[in-house]
Design a protein around this ligand. Sequence first.
Ligand SMILES: Cc1cc2nc3c(=O)[nH]c(=O)nc-3n(C[C@H](O)[C@H](O)[C@H](O)COP(=O)(O)OP(=O)(O)OC[C@H]3O[C@@H](n4cnc5c(N)ncnc54)[C@H](O)[C@@H]3O)c2cc1C
Length: 506
Amino acid sequence: MDNVTIPNVLNVKEAISIVWFKRDLRLYDHEPLFLAQQSQLPVLLLYCFEPSVMQYDDSDVRHWRFVYESIVDLNQRLSSFGTQIQVCHQEVIDVIDLLKNHYDIKHIYSHQETGNKVTYDRDLAVQKFCLNHNIIWKESLTNGVVRKLKSRKNWELRWKETMSKPIIKADLANFNFLILHPTVKEVIVGPEVPSELTIRNENFQQGGETIAWKYLRNFLQDRYPTYSKHISKPELSRRSCSRLSPYLTYGNISMHAVYHSTMERYPTATNKRVLSNFISRLHWHCHFIQKFEDECTMEFVPVNKAYDAMIKPRYEAHIIAWQSGQTGVPLIDACMRCLVATGYINFRMRAMVVSFFVFNLWQDWRDLHFLAKQFLDYEPGIHYSQTHMQSGITGVNTIRIYNPIKNSIDHDENGVFIRKWVPELAQIPLSFIHEPWKLSAMEQQLYGFELGRDYPAPIVDVEASRQKAADIVWSFRKSDDVKQEGKRILAKHTNAKGKFTVHKKQ
Ligand SMILES: Cc1cc2nc3c(=O)[nH]c(=O)nc-3n(C[C@H](O)[C@H](O)[C@H](O)COP(=O)(O)OP(=O)(O)OC[C@H]3O[C@@H](n4cnc5c(N)ncnc54)[C@H](O)[C@@H]3O)c2cc1C
């Protein structure tokens, strides 16, 4: 960094604290804010759109638009306290380096992040920088995920204890916010963020703490009763599930606050079993991220290293057909098109499109990066743990090869979801909607539809490809190397009994 061209604009360096916002874009239940207030120093609220993170393989404009919307929401609320989050568009380390030319940075407060390789390396660099410049960097726990965990013994108990702690409230009305010198501001701010981040896209959930709370309240008041009934349905889950996932990913709401609100609702809930199911999922959220926190090589290599020997030839045409919803299997195509357009499909459909990709199309799990880009709620810890599990490369979980036709008949029984996302099939009678290739030539003529012209024939034989994949993955599963690694995985990622119990009924 060239310090010569940036004169110190302040005569005496003022001592300050910084709250570095990362994936914790909220004001409520925010420990770094609370601690910064205790520091008694003027506090700068900082967010950096970092080019290195934005350009990484797993990143998409939809994620950064959500972040941008979250900050707009925070700034609207912060304006009543006479401050704003300072948004910069450059690497955080460069911003801090510039700031320290003008201010005596005493503390940086942030939340711990279980991220991908690029954010992990960035955090190591920030840590080194802070050490070299006598800055105390205090990182608060995120959700129930524990850093440098020695064993999973008692993890669940700890999780419940963490979730049961009181909500943390900073006193924003009496906060000593730093008023940044305009010249310093000019230096640190960097170029404008790409305009596509600033334009609202109605197809996606909108970012922001205010909206996150609307989703939670509305779920706990009205939507939750049909949660368990509709959780596997591609269309109905969109309303009956909480849809909190992007708000948890970007920390618009804390897991802690969601847990508290749910437990408050519990005594008056008419269907307690449903709320218990929901709480189990909150627990899973942290459980999966903990796995990735403990073994972040999962970003690049199979968690069960023995599966490195399972080589799958890359077949570009199949990958493109899957990505663009042109496989000829209606429910798969509907899911992929819906995901690309809206950033969301429910759990079962996610598992199914992964299964189709890695088993039926016999493609490598590493190419599932495409999904990371599409999920608005992309959370590296859940994404990698789930994709490894659903790809059958853990050697410890049951191998599930989803049948997309059975799932279609069971969960989109009236073909509503398929007709919506695959309009080429809109005129086909329900009896053929799940398997349009079964239409005879005469029936096709009758419905003004031609397989191969209006909609592709299936790019693989669903049953034959399933059988072939099952033979290979099960033979792998029986190998000594896979079993050996399996033992290591169970010891590292599960409790003493070799398994994780989910939330018990209240
Ligand atoms: C291949 C694959 C990839 C996935 N990637 C992500 C991801 O990147 N980010 C993400 O948040 N979820 C991911 N999931 C888990 C799950 O599909 C989503 O959390 C859920 O569909 C989000 O919808 P919801 O908020 O309405 O969930 P709800 O059912 O209302 O659950 C509430 C919250 O619990 C958590 N949760 C629910 N199900 C799971 C689960 N199976 N594992 C872990 N946490 C869960 C989420 O935080 C969710 O917001 C993935 C699942 C699969 C199979």
